[in-house]
Write a protein that binds this ligand. Structure first.
Ligand SMILES: CC(C)(COP(=O)(O)OP(=O)(O)OC[C@H]1O[C@@H](n2cnc3c(N)ncnc32)[C@H](O)[C@@H]1OP(=O)(O)O)[C@@H](O)C(=O)NCCC(=O)NCCS
Length: 197
């Protein structure tokens, strides 16, 4: 199941918006130590916060916990080593703030989709989005996939990475699989873009 609205907050809290992101102050010239790695179960909550923060502003599709757990192996995350979040006393592990995520979902033998690409607002224009796409491109090559596909509202970002817009008639049927469950089904404002890798 996918493209499912997150379940309503049982406490009735208002829906999160992009303006509600936890802000991070990055001083000019400050070196950030950003680590990109595969996501783990413990990252699910933060991924949902990030993706649904943007979804609330209609910049991307909302995701629910079931989608995240079922597809967690698709996800890659970036965390900022300069921002420890909390330590787990039992494991003495220090976790760091999750600042970006993206996922690579294989659709068929020759095509995979980039989904849920989101960078925390305080980390935009640092090249992080491009790095995550490169990371997923390497993963796709490793899997033997020949083409990357995405539905997006930020055409210019993907164009900058070599993706080309494709008309709806040119898109392979496999990419429409999730559309029937998408809340934007009757008023889709996304464009399909493809990159041969
Ligand atoms: C779109 C997004 C992923 C870009 O991430 P980012 O880390 O800021 O991107 P990069 O720094 O790698 O950008 C590289 C270039 O892409 C282009 N670009 C980046 N964001 C853009 C945007 N929102 N619109 C148009 N072009 C953009 C610029 O040319 C940029 O170069 P510059 O920083 O020198 O101007 C990020 O803004 C985001 O998470 N947005 C909200 C969610 C979203 O729209 N996701 C897209 C998939 S649905």
């Amino acid at each position: 199941m996918s493209y499912v609205e997150p379940p309503p907050d049982p406490k009735g809290n208002k829906k999160k918006t992009a303006a509600d992101f936890v802000r991070v102050r990055i001083d000019a010239g400050e070196q950030r130590q950003i680590v990109i790695q595969k996501a783990q179960i413990r990252d699910v909550e933060e991924i949902l916060e990030l993706v649904n923060g943007f979804a609330a502003s209609n910049l991307m599709l909302p995701r629910g916990p079931q989608y995240l757990y079922e597809n967690i192996r698709d996800f890659v995350i970036a965390s900022d080593r300069n921002v420890p979040v909390y330590s787990l006393i039992k494991t003495r592990e220090v976790l760091h703030m999750l600042v970006a995520c993206g996922s690579l979902h294989v659709l068929w033998e020759d095509i995979a989709e980039i989904r849920a690409l989101a960078i925390h607002p305080d980390y935009h224009h640092l090249g992080l989005g491009s790095k995550l796409v490169e990371h997923m491109k390497d993963e796709a090559r490793h899997l033997g996939v020949k083409r990357l596909f995405t539905f997006t509202m930020t055409e210019a970002f993907f164009k900058n990475l070599g993706f080309k817009r494709q008309s709806r008639d040119e898109l392979p049927p496999k990419v429409w699989g999730e559309c029937s469950r998408c809340p934007k089904y009757f008023h889709c404002d996304e464009v399909g873009m493809v990159l041969e890798i």
